[in-house]
Design a protein around this ligand. Structure first.
Ligand code: ADP
Length: 335
């Protein structure tokens, strides 16, 4: 009997992102400390959630797995994801803890200052039994970060999702995203970030994170030290300069785009969204340098455009904006 044609449903999700979803309370004035800040403005935050929104904006169906409080901030976050086209069937609500808050200020020296409310916060309380195997398994990619690995039961929930993705043979993507203040010690942070590292096929880090994890200041040495058999692609982002990459066979660099920078918040998450969107189109691109460099050029363009507006989610670009930036640059090179 011929298979019955099935109508595509919302479950045609390509990427599931798992992790923290929180309220960023951003100081309304720049150049002040949290002590001095006169007021704070709320915004949706959380790196994996930004990645999910970034993918949706690029036209890649995405879903988010995580937990917020059964409170108005939790509802605001759920609405924000849904309004941005992210599937929220994997979002859970905690009665026993509030939605995570992060107060943020941009100090005069350009460094960001954070103060977190998680004692505990809802995101930490995601349980393994709340991970739906079919939801994770039917997506082509699982993406996660390290914040959900900090405390139980969130850690076990993250690892369960990773195990499901492994069993279904899905692509596993990891952004370690070092936030030292959230870990009991630097040692615990290193061990925790490396726990997430060992399962991933694709990893995006900053040079600073790679140095912290590997103990090597030299990028190639650091990459070699942390390389493992499952790893296919390690990407090291370098702000305005673009990114470097390491694969099992080769390494290289892809220059960034020059854009008028307003706020770099979310650039790394936009970059990851671009990277995953590119890898879905060019499967196993890490095996072919021209394909890989095209994917990383696309990711650089997404990251660059994310810096041209304030905030993360409002700044994440559409595919048309990314293609226009790449085309403009190619035109300039051809002149
Ligand atoms: P993170 O946000 O994780 O610290 P980066 O600052 O390195 O990561 O930014 C991630 C990517 O975003 C970079 O690799 C680059 O492609 C792009 N990007 C970041 N800052 C700029 C900038 N000032 N100009 C152009 N592109 C940028």
């Amino acid at each position: 009997m011929a298979p019955t044609p099935t109508t595509p449903t919302r479950s045609a999700i390509q990427v599931v992102a798992l992790g923290e979803l929180l309220i960023d309370l951003v100081a309304t004035e720049a150049g002040v400390s949290l002590v001095e800040a006169p007021a704070f403005q709320k915004a949706a935050g959380g790196a994996p959630a930004n990645v999910a929104v970034g993918l949706a904006r690029l036209g890649v169906p995405s879903g988010f797995i995580g937990k917020v409080g059964n409170d108005d901030f939790g509802r605001f976050l759920a609405q924000t994801l849904a309004a941005n086209g992210v599937d929220t069937r994997g979002l859970h609500y905690a009665d026993e803890a509030r939605t995570m808050l992060a107060f943020v200020s941009l100090r005069a020296d350009g460094e960001r200052e954070f103060m977190f409310y998680r004692h505990p916060s809802a995101d930490m309380l995601l349980r393994p039994d709340e991970i739906d195997p079919a939801y994770v398994g039917t997506a082509r990619v699982l993406h996660y970060g390290s914040i959900s690995l900090i405390a139980e039961p969130g850690r076990s929930a993250t690892l369960r999702a990773v195990k499901i993705a492994q069993e279904w043979g899905r692509l596993i993507s990891y952004d370690p995203n070092l936030r030292l203040a959230l870990w009991p010690s630097a040692e615990a942070a290193r061990a925790g970030l490396l726990e997430g590292w060992q399962f991933a096929h694709v990893i995006k880090v900053s040079h600073e994170e790679l140095t912290f994890l590997s103990g090597e200041t030299d990028l190639a040495a650091g990459a070699r030290r942390l390389w493992h058999d499952r790893l296919c692609l390690l990407v090291i982002t370098e702000g305005a300069a673009g990114c470097r990459y390491v694969t099992a066979q080769t390494e290289g660099r892809v220059p960034g785009f020059r854009v008028p920078v307003v706020d770099t918040t979310g650039a790394g998450d936009g970059f990851v969204a671009g990277l995953l969107a590119g890898l879905l189109e060019r499967e196993r691109a890490w095996e072919r340098v021209p394909d890989l460099e095209a994917v990383l050029r696309f990711a650089n363009a997404v990251g660059a455009l994310t810096t041209t507006r304030r905030g993360a989610i409002p700044a994440l670009p559409t595919r048309a904006q990314v293609e226009a930036l790449i085309a403009a640059r190619i035109a300039r090179i051809d002149e």
